[in-house]
Design a protein around this ligand. Structure first.
Ligand SMILES: [Zn+2]
Length: 113
């Protein structure tokens, strides 16, 4: 029971956008604002993992819902597997640093030296 339930002060929470009760709201989630590539400065590093596995790691990506698309492009360009271990990191299997740097720069990303 809410604090003021049944009194004139009782205001069940409503969605700001559709004015439905929050529990009835079907608004899509508000997207995270996208930071353009030219405003980002990424680090690309080749790292050795367990059992001598080599991966190329891209760090410091801004949070975005475009990373899956970028991952797909990188995987097919490098002919390698890869994944998104976090919202700001892409990993590609093998040493593809030069190719990946080129693709990122072609897309407008800045790279840290
Ligand atoms: Zn809503």
């Amino acid at each position: 029971m809410r604090l003021f339930e049944g009194t004139p002060f009782d205001r069940p929470p409503k969605c700001d956008r559709c004015d439905q009760l929050v529990e009835d709201c079907e608004c899509p989630p508000i997207p995270v604002p996208e930071i353009p590539p030219e405003k980002q400065r990424l680090r690309v590093a080749v790292e050795k993992r367990k059992r001598g596995k080599i991966v190329t790691v891209i760090r410091d990506l801004a949070e975005s819902n475009q990373h899956a698309e970028l991952l797909t492009v990188l995987k097919s360009s490098c002919g390698a597997g890869g994944n998104l271990p976090s919202a700001t990191i892409i990993e590609i299997q093998g040493d593809h640093a030069e190719k990946i740097k080129q693709i990122l720069q072609d897309r407008g990303y800045k790279l840290k030296k």
